[in-house]
Ligand binder design. Structure first.
Ligand SMILES: O=C(O)CCC(=O)C(=O)O
Length: 390
């Protein structure tokens, strides 16, 4: 019997989709009944409207509608498609599928993570500080599926001009400042690629790993992530979250699944249903994850996060930075935060009628951190070796 519980039950994509149907529908209805979506709204002082902040604090996530206009959305789609196309033909290959040198062979960090189609690379492993304790269902790919698919892409500010400009988006940075304070700092970025009928799972987890026992613990201490959606997201391919779970400390995810009869269909979870060009914010302490994408719809989520400066200063490297033995000192934070200022200027050069974001830590350094060949080399190249993961 195919299993719709955890682990690889050798279940076909059809059986898998059937087993998910009711759950997806229920989650969608719950999601659409919540009052945490709408356009970006500011208060008279220019900061994020307090009603939005209140909703974000209550639920742990918010969906901003229509953040990107069509031109910018098309630019990012095109750069992203190019980055996918220029991936190594298979893991370890120096050439892409068209026989050209693959992108990123000279990057300081490998920009591509490949997985087997519809698989869950992290669930039930010790990878990434062991924060994904239970495996998701891994349906059997259809006949003729490729052996590997791109699951994640890193280094977007170096690889994609449109993504660097997005990183300097004045409304998104205003939101980061409103949540994390004017001295907010970056976390990392990653592009989740969930190809139709092939995209893998991200097992249920909470992102933060550093501060669960901190004496200053509070619901915002591990920061938050944006996801900018390039295509419509659906219950079948989207990120799912458990509303309010960011407030309750470290969750026993393994126990939650066990108590759910071993099923990964955790109760009370909702999908982040978005239109193309919407942007979500998700508190990194939320219990969240995504299912194998057996649906006919692609999801590409440009994901990048921000922290309170005091959450990272003096902390030891974790997650993707594990093994570097780094401690996030003033210099490291400054160098990684400089990407924000260069991105703001890259954006200014393209969108000359837009008001640029005023990033307070670089208020007196704007001229030094203009976007040009010199800062591309000194600030952007290899920038993600300085990510501030906690
Ligand atoms: O978008 C997804 O499927 C997973 C995102 C996620 O887990 C994260 O941003 O931490």
């Amino acid at each position: 019997m195919p299993s719709e519980k955890t682990g690889n039950g050798n279940i076909s994509t059809q059986e898998y989709s059937d087993s998910m149907k009711e759950y997806l529908e229920k989650g969608k209805n719950l999601a659409l009944s919540m009052d945490n979506r709408g356009p970006i709204r500011r208060q008279t002082n220019g900061m994020l409207h307090s009603n939005i902040l209140d909703a974000f604090n209550e639920y742990g996530f918010y969906i901003f509608e229509n953040v990107l206009d069509e031109e910018e959305l098309n630019d990012i789609r095109s750069d992203t498609a190019d980055m996918i196309e220029r991936a190594p033909a298979e893991p370890g290959s120096a050439l892409d599928k068209k026989g050209r040198p693959a992108l990123g062979r000279d990057f300081a960090r490998e920009p591509y993570t490949f997985i087997k189609p519809l698989s869950d690379p992290w669930g039930g492993t010790n990878l990434l500080n062991g924060r994904h304790p239970s495996k998701m269902v891994e349906p059997k790919p259809e006949e003729g599926a490729p052996e590997y698919v791109v699951h994640l892409m890193y280094g977007m500010c170096e690889a994609m001009p449109a993504a660097l400009r997005l990183y300097g988006h004045p409304d998104l940075l205003m939101i980061a400042e409103s949540i994390n304070g004017e001295d907010f700092v970056p976390y990392n970025d990653a592009i989740f690629v969930k190809q139709p009928g092939l995209g893998g799972s991200v097992a249920w987890h909470q992102d933060g790993v550093t501060h669960w026992k901190s004496k200053n613990w509070d619901e915002g201490i591990h920061g938050f992530n944006f996801q900018v959606q390039l295509y419509e997201t659906t219950p079948a391919n989207s990120l799912w979250v458990i509303p309010g779970s960011h407030k309750n400390g470290k969750a026993d995810i393994k126990g939650m699944i066990e108590r759910n009869g071993g099923s990964i269909q955790l109760p009370d979870a909702v999908p982040l249903i978005c239109a193309p060009g919407d942007a979500t914010i998700v508190n990194r302490q939320m219990v969240h994850g995504s299912f194998a994408n057996a649906s006919p719809n692609i999801r590409i989520s440009i994901t990048f996060g921000f922290h309170r400066r005091k959450s990272v200063l003096g902390q030891k490297a974790a997650l993707g930075m594990n093994g570097t033995n780094a401690v996030y000192d003033e210099q490291r934070i400054f160098e990684r935060a400089a990407v924000i200022q260069v991105a703001i200027d890259a954006r200014r050069q393209k969108y000359q009628n837009e008001n640029s974001f005023d990033y307070k830590p670089f208020a007196n350094l704007k001229d030094k951190y203009r976007f040009n060949d010199a800062t591309f080399t000194s600030v952007i190249k290899g920038y993600n070796t300085k990510d501030l993961a906690i």
